[in-house]
Each structure stands twice: as C-alpha cells, then as structure tokens.
Design a protein around this ligand. Structure first.
Ligand code: ZN
Length: 140
C-alpha cells in the first residue's frame, strides 16, 4: 500500500520538476513513518545549485519534523521517464539518515519498477569516523 502511494506521489511530483536546462524530470516520494513527502529535481542556471528530487524529498521530510529517529524512513520511490538511479551525492546524503532504505525505481515510459536498497547501491559509504559528532539539541 505504501509502495503504491509512494510511486503515485513520485510520478505526480515529477510533473512539478523544474528542469528547464536538462528537461530530465525526476520525482521522488519518501515514506517517513506514517507520512509521505514528495520532492522533485530543481535545476539552477548555476548547475552546481541544482538539487535532485531525492534530496528535496529528504529535506522536506526533515523540515516537516519527520526525522528518521522518530519517523523511520521506510521507502523512497523515484520516478523518471527512463531507467533512473540516484546519483552518488544522493546515495551518500540519504545513507546518513537511512542506510538500509529500500528504493523503488520507476520508469514511467516502460512502467518497469525495479527495487534496490541504499546499501546495495552504496555498500561502503563515507562515515567520517574521525569527525566529531555533536548533539545539535544540547551543544551550541
Ligand atoms: Zn542526486
């Protein structure tokens, strides 16, 4: 049920992508606990400022307070009009919050749906064990 809802939301979000340069429109929908939040790629003429749909969805979940500790991220559906695979930046970004996140990859042209996990696509993520970890709620 959640997977179907996420797929529909990703396909719908894709229609709202801002992709005037590449014309490559991508939608994503993240299931966070009992919540569903969508994102779409937002391009920028600086190109480096472009944000992928996957990270937009993750940031929208975070902004809504649906952080993984309280609302486990259970599924991310990603839709495009060709076989889609998250970029390396998105894999690393998402792995910080949900390293085992199931991914549902939807090709809206062929209607093919492929399933992977984040761990499969990024088995050895950067963890930065030397980096100090602070608690943003208690440390300033
Ligand atoms: Zn990406």
């Amino acid at each position: 049920m959640w997977e179907d809802r996420a797929i529909d939301a990703a396909i719908e979000a894709r229609q709202r992508a801002y992709a005037p340069y590449s014309r490559f429109r991508v939608g994503a929908a993240l299931v966070a606990g009992e919540h569903l939040v969508a994102g779409m790629n937002l391009e920028n003429r600086s190109f480096g400022g472009t944000i992928c749909a996957e990270r937009v969805a993750a940031c929208a979940a975070w902004t809504s307070g649906w952080v993984p500790e309280q609302h486990p991220w259970q599924l991310l559906a990603i839709a495009a009009d060709e076989d889609i695979m998250p970029c390396g930046i998105c894999l690393q970004f998402l792995s910080e919050f949900a390293p085992e996140l199931p991914l549902v990859l939807v090709n809206t042209e062929s209607n093919e749906v492929r399933r992977r996990t984040l761990r499969q696509l990024l088995p050895e993520r950067f963890v930065g064990q030397q980096l100090p970890r602070t608690n943003p709620k208690t440390d300033s």
